[in-house]
Write a protein that binds this ligand. Sequence first.
Ligand SMILES: [Fe+2]
Ligand SMILES: [Fe+2]
Ligand SMILES: [Fe+2]
Length: 404
Amino acid sequence: MLYQINLREVTYALSEALDYVGIDDTMHGKRVAYIACEIAKKLGWRQSKLDKLILMAMLHDCGVSSDVAHHSIISHLDWEDSQIHCAKGASVLQGVPLYQEFADVIAFHHTHWEQFLPQIDEDIKLSANLIFISDRIDAMRSQFGAHLTHEKEYIRSTIQKYTPSMFAPKITQAFSEISATDTFWYYLEADPIHYYFSEWIEHGEIETVPFDFLKSIAGMFAKIVDAKESEAQPHTPIVASLARTMAELCNLPLREQEQIELAALLHDLGKLRIPDAIMGKNISLSDDEKVRIRRQGFDAHIILRQIKGFERIVQIIFAYHKTLKQEECPSLNGNETIPLEASILVIAHKLQTLLQNADENSFKGNLEVANLLQKMGNEYQLNPLILDKIKSHFETCYKKDVHL
Ligand SMILES: [Fe+2]
Ligand SMILES: [Fe+2]
Ligand SMILES: [Fe+2]
C-alpha cells in the first residue's frame, strides 16, 4: 500500500535513535548536520545539496551501535580503527533505496583530506570532509566544552593545526569565519538546534511511497539495534516476519498487517539508549539499571510519535510495551483487554526467542512451538479460533524463521 510521508521528518526522527547511542551526550548527529550545513552555506552550496548533506550528516554514525565505541569516537581526534564504523555504516546504507547514494560519503567520513586518492569524485571528497570536520568539532565540544572563549579558541586552533593534512583549507576557512560569532555556538544547544531543524522539516515535501520503501528504512534501523547485541544473530527481522505471518492469519486488513510489520521492525529502537554494560549483564540488575531497561518503550515512543503518518505504528508499539510491563509488574494489571496487535507482537517476540535459544538436543521442534503458542494464546487473550488457525499454520511460521 502507499504511505504519505515527509522523508525529512522520518530521517530526523529515526536518526534520534542513533543519537541515543551517546546515552547522556545525545544529539551528536544533529549537531554535526547543523555545523556541516552552516559551513556548506558559507561555501555557497545550493539548497538541494544542503538537504542531502543534512541527511547524510544525521546518519553519519549509523555504523555505531555500542556506547563504548561511541565513547572512543568522541574522546579521540583520530584513531587507528576509525574506518571500521565508516565501512559498517556504508554497508548499512547501501541496502536502503532512500540512502544508498550516501554510502560513499559515509565510507570516507574519517578520511584525512591529504589521503584521498586522486580518482575520488570531488563532491564525495568535499561532503565527506565537511562531515569529518563537523564531527571532530562536535567531539571536541563534548569533551572540552564550548561555553567559554578559550574553549572555542581551542577548537578553532586545533582544526587549523590539522589543516590541510586532515581538513580541506577552504572548509577550514569557512568554519573559521562562521565560528567567530557566539550565535554559531549557541545553536549547538538542545533547544536552538531543535528549532533550526523544525523549520527545515516543515519545508519538506509530503511524498507518496510504497510499503517496501518504508520497510527498507525501518529494516535498516532494526539492523542497527540488533548490532548492539549480536551482529551474527538477527532478532528483529525474524520477529517482524513472524508477526506479519500471524497478522495475515488473523485476516487483518493489508494496511494493518503492514503496520504491524513496521512496528515489529521498530519495537526495540529504545534499546540504543541502554548502556552496553547493562545489556550484557547476566547477573541480577540493580533498581537503577531496571529503570534504564524499562524506559526503552518510552524512548521508542518519543522518537516515533514525531513522524506524521506513523500514528498507528506508535499505538502498536505502545500497546506492546504496555503489555510487557504489566507482565513484569502484575500490580499494574487492571485486567485490561490486550489489543490483538500487541498480542501478535508479544507472541512473535517470544516465539523468536524460543527458536533462537532452542537447544538442538532437547528442542522438540513443532510440538514445542505448538505448546508454546497454546500457552501464549491463552495468556495473551487470543481468540480461540484465531489461535487454532495460527497453531495449524505454525509450521509455516517455524519454517519461515528457520530459513531467514
Ligand atoms: Fe564517525
Ligand atoms: Fe560522529
Ligand atoms: Fe525485541
